[in-house]
Design a protein around this ligand. Sequence first.
Ligand SMILES: Cc1cc2nc3c(=O)[nH]c(=O)nc-3n(C[C@H](O)[C@H](O)[C@H](O)COP(=O)(O)OP(=O)(O)OC[C@H]3O[C@@H](n4cnc5c(N)ncnc54)[C@H](O)[C@@H]3O)c2cc1C
Length: 391
Amino acid sequence: MRTQVAIVGAGPAGLLLAHLLHRAGIESVVVEIRSREYAEHRVRAGVLEQGTVDVLTENGVGARLRREGLVHHGIELRFAGSGHRIDLTELSGGRSITVYGQQEVVKDLIAARLAAGAPLHFEASDVRIADFDTDRPRVTFRHAGREHALECDFIAGCDGFHGICREAIPPAALTVYERTYPFAWLGILAAAAPSREELSYASHDRGFALFSMRSPELTRLYLQVAPDESLDAWSDDRIWSELATRFEGDDGWQPNQGAVLERLLAGMRSFVAEPMRHGRLFLAGDAAHIVPPTGAKGMNLAVADVQVLARALARYYASGEEGGLDAYSATCLRRVWRAEHFSWWMTSMLHRPPGDDPFDLRLRLSQLRYVTTSEAAARSLAENYVGLESV
Ligand SMILES: Cc1cc2nc3c(=O)[nH]c(=O)nc-3n(C[C@H](O)[C@H](O)[C@H](O)COP(=O)(O)OP(=O)(O)OC[C@H]3O[C@@H](n4cnc5c(N)ncnc54)[C@H](O)[C@@H]3O)c2cc1C
């Protein structure tokens, strides 16, 4: 088998890259270890920046997103018993965010790939990459009971944080920057109509809570918990009661309750591996970087990376010119580090670390008051939240 670009991983990064390359007339093969069913039902991100919506729409995979996505013009920060709205659209020159589940983006991209009749192999195993420091990189894998060797010009490592591509780079060629946080998120998906239209981020003495939604029927809620917390320790009643406490305020607002359809624990980590290229291997999305979810940046960064990569590959195949490929890592890392800082900043402002002292608490409260009373501070939050056009 031979192709121009071998893509490892069919998450948002791998699938969008395959789609953008197809539209540019560049062949690719996507290899994914999970089933289509699994990929299409993995509930994760849900907040799309304006730029993410734009790229999906401009490339013909945004019709359902435009129909079903919930456009939001603000978020709430809730602390010291009161809610404060940040008007994202007014403060960012008319931009907004759209709530549309990552699994829906994945479904739309898989549908586009299959409609194009282009290769996408689910349930592959023993995926390995080799010779990416030469002109003849290879991806080998097992699929449908047969061994395959795929020769290509380039490999795109879009296989997420736990994938094999980053691990295949010699450690001496990568620098890793990392921070783990002393808390995790316990998340639930509830069959309950969202009781407010916009997201609410609560900073409470007992810790952080987030109210979000995935559709007009589904509410998504998160609680800050200890990093080694066990889901078994949290009955549905305990979760609802803790949420009620952390969201209490002078307006009496509370999330609607409903059957808990799904629960998860997510660790909080900041991680960047530099550079995002080694020879003819290009890392994109979570394979190269992770942000804590507080800033809602992970999927948006994956989308931004593959736009840069698709443009660089199109230039290479059109003219043989490698300038875009050479600049790929540095171009992406500028946006990545902006998102790393914003995500770390939102996380630090809103969470209560174990063992903090009254001084830390007052600093966080002061920052929350500043960001909800100073237009300059609110504007900075808003433009980062909706996504900076050029970084
Ligand atoms: C609870 C939670 C909430 C989040 N909320 C948000 C949010 O609101 N906004 C936001 O922007 N981001 C959010 N994120 C982050 C977002 O989900 C990720 O950043 C996004 O999935 C990254 O896309 P990706 O394609 O790079 O990686 P992934 O989605 O991880 O896709 C990688 C793919 O590669 C496959 N794979 C792995 N190993 C191999 C292998 N060896 N061979 C072949 N395939 C392989 C995997 O099965 C997977 O399908 C959240 C994440 C979590 C966990």
